[in-house]
Design a protein around this ligand. Structure first.
Ligand SMILES: Cc1cc2nc3c(=O)[nH]c(=O)nc-3n(C[C@H](O)[C@H](O)[C@H](O)COP(=O)(O)O)c2cc1C
Ligand code: SF4
Length: 503
């Protein structure tokens, strides 16, 4: 049993400060926190950024793979560098992406990156000037919680972290809890391959993010506000910290805290994120209870995505209907990330429900002959390019058996072997499965192995159980990772059968 006085929450930050998991560091952290050494080993070894030792990290995500990350890793090794190939670095617009030994990005891409140009009419307006007058917060104080929730409801804002859950229901849920201690947490873990919109929002519009979080804390009655920022995002964490200094005169009613991720994709899942904030392995909790009732430290907690919070100031200052009107098939504008075979990868703010074709147009056009796309990160599988005029929204993509997810769109042209693309995505899911439930732990490994066997032997028999295993994973997994991990393979087999014939 852990002693009541043990300080588990500081275990991971202390390990990081000391340089990672070593016998000596574990002993020191145990002495300092009162947490048994075995537990510290157990928690610390879960996280790749706590492995210790200087090394260059080369991204293995889909966009980086198709842009030559294997070659980049080989070149760096040939130069005598210690190289670690990692699942995702959140830099798909710089593909093939890499971080140096101090986690600084080094740009190897030859392509121009871009964002939507400044336009003050847009709700987020990445290209616009930061504004620290915090007029929306002043307005929110005058409106009161009930009117704010009504405005949120009228806006139709759906969470931008992946599931598209209506924001006003969550806010109301936390505000209505009996326990007077509540928390607000910003999920800035952004580790879904193909997704880098939260990165750009933190770098460019941390003013809107902070203002939106303050309004949320006002509504749910939280005193403590947390950022959970992915461990590799040093420049982004710095940008938010700087913005918080500028915002200080307006946000002194709250205690603001920073928590850094330690290199585990699964910690973007909200309950895994809470486990990690509490100093444990990032393993998703069984739900219910949901975080709005039992969250951080067992207290009601509002966890939302960076983009969700950043939409809030506009909703307060312009009204819910005005935000809604920015959407086409669903409410509001949306930050779409696009990478892969397009000329100007980047983050573009478009009406929710824009099509791939429109998105590619603003991203400078296709590179080569487009064949397939993945509409919402690795979890969304693949669609054939013939679907390029489908609205990229939550409901429509779900009907196609796909998902908008984090709106990380990757375009693949006909130079890509779809069986290989499926293998890369499965490698990601196998690496990132937390391993606590059998369908996901075994299923991700099995599918990854089988597609590898197929690619080696050319015998489609290797994949005869893929659909059944996928079904088991979907039905039997605790969290969203295991439920969708089969999709890249199963979708590729469905839409691109030729890529899976006898070779
Ligand atoms: C495997 C997995 C990874 C996730 N990663 C993220 C993430 O990096 N950022 C995020 O905001 N939500 C992520 N989510 C969704 C969160 O669990 C949660 O729904 C979200 O933070 C809620 O915010 P929203 O209501 O603003 O969308 C992930 C979910 C799963 C299943
Ligand atoms: S589905 Fe996978 S990632 Fe999610 S809890 Fe189970 S083993 Fe962990």
């Amino acid at each position: 049993m852990l002693k009541k006085t043990a300080d588990r929450e500081h275990v991971l930050p202390l390990l990081e400060e000391l340089g990672g998991v070593t016998e000596e560091n574990v002993r020191r952290v145990s002495r300092q926190t009162g947490v048994p050494e075995a537990e510290i080993w157990g928690a610390g070894t879960f996280y790749t950024l706590l492995k210790g030792g200087p090394r260059v990290r080369v991204c293995n995500g889909l966009s980086c793979r198709i842009m030559g990350s294997d070659q980049l890793a080989a070149d760096l090794r040939a130069k005598g560098k210690e190289v670690e190939e990692v699942s995702c670095l959140g830099q798909c617009d710089r593909a093939p992406a890499a971080l140096d030994e101090s986690l600084k990005v080094f740009d190897t891409s030859r392509r121009q990156r871009s964002i939507t140009p400044a336009d003050d009419k847009l709700p987020i307006n990445l290209g616009g000037k930061r504004d620290f007058s915090f007029g929306a917060l002043k307005q929110a104080r005058a409106m009161g919680a009930e009117a704010i929730i009504k405005a949120l409801e009228a806006s139709g804002l759906q969470g931008r972290g992946g599931a598209g859950f209506p924001a006003h229901i969550k806010w109301k849920g936390v505000a209505g809890q009996k326990d007077p201690v509540r928390y607000v947490i910003c999920n800035a873990d952004e580790a879904e391959p193909a997704t880098f919109k939260d990165r750009e929002t933190m770098l460019r519009r941390a003013d809107k993010l902070i203002e939106g979080m303050a309004i949320a804390a006002l509504v749910v009655g939280a005193k403590d506000i947390y950022f959970y920022i992915r461990g590799e995002f040093n420049a982004e964490a710095e940008a938010v910290q700087q913005a918080l200094k500028q915002a200080a005169p307006h946000v002194q009613d709250w205690n603001w805290h920073f928590h850094r991720g330690h290199g585990a994709y699964i910690c973007g899942e909200e309950t895994a994120l809470l486990e990690s904030m509490e100093g444990k392995r990032g393993m998703p909790r069984l739900k219910p209870p949901f975080p709005f009732e039992v969250g951080f430290r067992g207290k009601p907690t509002l966890i939302s995505n960076v983009e969700t919070f950043a939409c809030v100031p506009y909703i307060i200052s312009h009204g819910g209907e005005a935000f809604k009107a920015h959407g086409r098939t669903e409410a509001g504008s949306k930050l779409y990330c696009i990478s892969g075979h397009v000329k100007k990868p980047g983050v573009y703010e478009l009406p929710l429900g824009a099509t791939l074709e429109e998105l590619v147009q603003v991203a400078g056009g296709y590179e080569g002959n487009p064949m397939a796309f993945s509409p919402g990160g690795a979890s969304s599988g693949f669609l054939p390019i013939e679907k390029r005029n489908l609205p990229l929204d939550f409901k429509g993509l779900a009907k196609e058996g796909s998902m908008l997810g984090s709106a990380g769109v990757v375009v693949l042209n006909d130079t890509v072997d779809m069986a290989k693309a499926a293998q890369w995505q499965l490698e990601f899911f196998e690496d990132e499965s937390c391993g606590q439930c059998a369908p996901c732990r075994i299923g991700t490994r099995y599918l990854h192995n089988q597609v590898g066997k197929y690619l080696k032997s050319g015998d489609p028999g290797a994949l005869k159980h893929a659909n059944d295993v996928g079904w088991e994973m979907e039905e039997g997994s605790i969290c969203g990772l295991g439920m969708v991990a089969h999709k890249p393979l199963v979708d590729a087999m469905k839409h691109f059968p030729k890529a899976f014939e006898k070779r």
